[in-house]
Design a protein. Sequence first.
Length: 175
Amino acid sequence: MLDGSGPRAVRDATSGVFAAAYLPLMAGFVMLMLAAEDGAMRVALFILLCVANDTGGYVVGVLIGRHPLAPSVSPKKTWEGLLGSVVLASVVGVLGVHLMFDGDPAVGALLGVATVVVATLGDLGESLIKRDLELKDMGTLLPGHGGILDRIDSMLLAAPVVYLLLEALQPVAGA
């Protein structure tokens, strides 16, 4: 329908309300990390963990990925890519916690694995929402990339988990 009514209007309104509520809620956890005395390092580690998740998964998935993780939701994601994400994010977590906070390597490994789990769920969840709403992209600002939400979906779900784990397991530096 081109008149802005009916199922298409409901779909578009639903996606707009979802983005308007979900984005600030999850991004608020980044602000909570930043509010700590060592907040810049906490946010840097969070970003590095998310980048490691994406990079490890992409590189290993492209090079040796053969077994689809969730073919009906995200056909390019593979189990091999997931393993690449776990390995790289865990290494980044261990090094980050050690170098930034002089912390326990086990905390870094846990952060790496937890980031991969929730980031992957966030990415798959956003793909499911797009399929349910029959949208190729969640926006037009980045055509062909799924929209802005597709670039940050894994980070949004990882933010509260990284915040809570750091809060519980890694004392604030200098406190």
